[in-house]
Design a binder for this molecule. Sequence first.
Ligand code: GLA
Length: 677
Amino acid sequence: MNHPLTELNRRLGGIAYGGDYNPEQWPRETWHEDVRLMREAGVNLVTVGVFSWSRLQPRPGTYDWSLLDEVLGLLHENGIAVDLATATAAPPPWFTRRHPDARPVTASGTRLSHGSRQVFCPSHPAYAAAADALVAQLAARYGDHPALVMWHVHNEWGNHNALCYCDVSASAFRTWLRERYRELDTLNEAWGTDFWGQRYSDWEEIDPPRETTALRNPGQELDYHRFSSDALLDRHRAEAALLRRFAPGTPLTTNHLGTLEKKVDAYAFAPECDLISVDHYLPAADPDGHIDLALNADMTRGMAAGRPWLLMEHSTSAVNWQPVNVAKRPGEMRRNSMAHLARGADGIMFFQWRQSRAGAEKWHSAMLPHGGTDTRIWREVRALGADLASLADVVGTRVRADVALLFDWNNWWALELQARPSARTRYLDLVREWYEALWALNITCDVIPPGQDLTPYKAVLAPNLYLLADEHADALTRYVRQGGHLAVGCFSGVVDARDQVRPGGYPGALREVLGLRVDEYLPLRTEDTIRLSDGSVAVQWAERVEPRGCTATVRFADDAGGGPARGGPAVTRHAYGAGTGWYVATRASGPTLREVVRQVAETAGLRSVADVPEGVEAVRRTGPGGSFLFLINHTDGDVDVPVGGLGLLDTVSDGSHTKIPAGGVAVLREERPPRQA
Ligand code: GLA
């Protein structure tokens, strides 16, 4: 049987294309124009009802299906399929009025007001009851609707309300803790409550880590992150169970936030979905936002276990929630879409179809802008629809990666708790630096959690593993011993799953594999830089490394410029078992990390996807349908790439060379793809 997404693509006749459709914002006449223009643009799938709860249930106990009945019918008549949302991300005002204590409370005790979305406490039973009732009704009414091809559970779980500190949450937290620890003494031990006299003698004494006088207990805070993510996961499971019960046979998804959201462990939600979808928005302040995009896409593929996935939302141009909302340049939206497609997406969707004229997101771009069809954005949206239609053969092909990059929400939470050696050590920065080295070398990686099977990968990169659970440490050790190649970034292997420091010297769990011991961590002042023996400059962090079998391949400079660890190892390499372990004991710059990745690649026998100039992104998808090489030119100049094939899109290829205009995208259908190492 086909994967549910591939089956969906089959029903759609190709790559999914469309966006969030919010018809309730517009008069009925507009709906007819909407579907006409959707067809003109090649839209074949829209997400309906994401924020429609107050229309679907205008009063407690009263449902009104007229809007959905009509809109779903109209879409179906026009051959546009529907991803129907459960609408639970925006409880109506009547709900809040009835249940004022279901509003979320901040760590400082402020109860939030209605007037936005996701105004609910994830653990509140009144919310659960109201949401479940709505989902059951929706599922029963539309489960057999011919337009329905997919269920869209909630919307971006935890985007605005993941951490709630109300009394209901407190009580749910205690229940969660009892299940996790069973004995209060085990919890006391895990949280180190003998420090600062915090020992608990009754479960009822435990509260969420609310705002307090000084530093909070880190174990308590780490567990609060876990609990809060799990509370939302429980809600997801409840909605999914209702959909499966009342409307079996239609695949369900939820739009994950990927690295956009620290508070929700997206990997934990993935197995609870029939197909994986994600949202991604470019950070406008980042001139290389397309690298952030690639990282998220590779993570989404990791969640999808290598299978195709769906880009549920991105933007045609500017968003409206960053300090300065930079508009995309002509061609950028196409490059973004093609980069997602290249990395395994079999659907390209947007927030939203028609740009709002009222409400909080009227300055967010859409497929159909305020200016209508005589606009650059609309022309690009239409052209993209045609491009995607011409790439239908790509559907179902896979991206193969021989490298895994480890990403872990538990680690993200732990690393950024209070009172660490340096508050400047931010997880996403570390991940991004390492990912960027892979991106620059066009080595495709899967971004996966450390608990996943590593044996399919020739090499594993771990930008940071500050928190490393025992079983994950064992798996990494075994991986290297059996011939795997592992490169690890600074401040890793330090604490166990409880956030307790591993004794005997850093990097605790990784000393043996890396063949070294770290005597002391030496964070740097903001303004300080240190020189390395490879001529590069590092920042923020140094370590006094004592080799125990490893070789230093780069050292901190031997003079005062080498900083507090002057003369010591900065990058090391260690033969261990049948494999190799590298360690980078500082915040190295791009060239140093690229060299580490190059060495890993050489040792592990990894190759770049294609030999292309800097700034050109190369990714390959292969499958029974063929082999497709995507080449995305992020530079301002035309490039000539020494690879050939049958050119799709606007690609000009003579069989051995391909020209890609500045900012352009080439897709080559290859006769015989070069063996990817
Ligand atoms: C999120 C939400 C959408 C919309 C966009 C704006 O992704 O899911 O409803 O608010 O952000 O960028």
